[in-house]
Design a protein around this ligand. Sequence first.
Ligand code: ZN
Length: 365
Amino acid sequence: MPREIADMVVTEHGVARPLEKNVRQRAEELTSVEHPDFRGESRSGAQKQFYTWLAGRLAGGDVANKALVFSGNPLVRADGPHGNAGVITASEDDPRGRYLLLRDLEVLVTSEGETRLLWLSRTQISSDGGETILLGFEEGVPHLAISSWSEDSAAAGVTGSPRATYMDARIVAPLLPEAEAAVVAQARSMADWHQRTRFCARCGGGTTSVEGGGRRQCDVCGERHYPRVDPSIIVLVEHDGQALLVGRNGGTEGRRSCVAGFVETGESVEEAVVREVLEETGVAVGDVEYSYSQPWPFPAVLMLGCRARARSTEIRVDGVEIGTAGWYTRMQVRAALEGVSDELVVPPALAIAHHLMRDWALESE
Ligand SMILES: [Zn+2]
């Protein structure tokens, strides 16, 4: 891999610095079929695909998954190339291991200078208490989380006193580099799942963490329990240059977002979109298209961002979950995204709803 491409990968996956304009231009050049680098035999199809993917990431486009907060985890998962049982077991004894502490689902960060995750060595951790979870590997080095609870007297803490503080994932995520926020999403969802899965749903027996915390097993009946992910749709519904936005019942005055809801059992993503929009607003929709997704670790949601077209426009809110809904023009939504609207407040860039709205609002009529 050419050095400059490697540098771009590091920028994208490792350090997540703001991208320089010349890096963007270079990525665009590399994806051009006219570019000399693409002539001749030296570029394989896989490389072209890679450059196209990379340019999409760099440009914030949707060639691959959009670079949303909580996505872009750089760790190689334990069930990836490193993931045999021996390696997983050995990872907890690996002296190179790097540990991230969670307390009551809050994550330990440095409080000196810029906000970053505080990765510790095993010798810097004060107790054997807490649940150890193998998150994955970076260049072969295991990265693990230790999750404990403040009421636990053996809760893991830090020896010595590096300047550190526990922070809520939702608050700290926008302050962290993209790659670190994504690790927080994984660690928080896993820590929450372990806490909720201490007993077997089948027989009520106690469960034990196995395979580096990748699953739990019942001590009585042997049932295997796997971490859950809860798919949820979120949809920008459009009609004739207007978007359908909703306000939660009892929510802040003027706050609007996209229709969202969990996918139910035995339901496709498209069916969930049609049902949720109809239930919440009375509007019939079709032409459902998937856009991009975002892990949302509260506790383990996968937000599936979609677009749909309205087939009716009359609004009837349920008055329970949704207090109000309306049709808004691109101008109105743009003003809200820029924070200069008197009437509308929209979700921050942390949320996928912000990006669905932005993509639509910046399109030409
Ligand atoms: Zn059981």
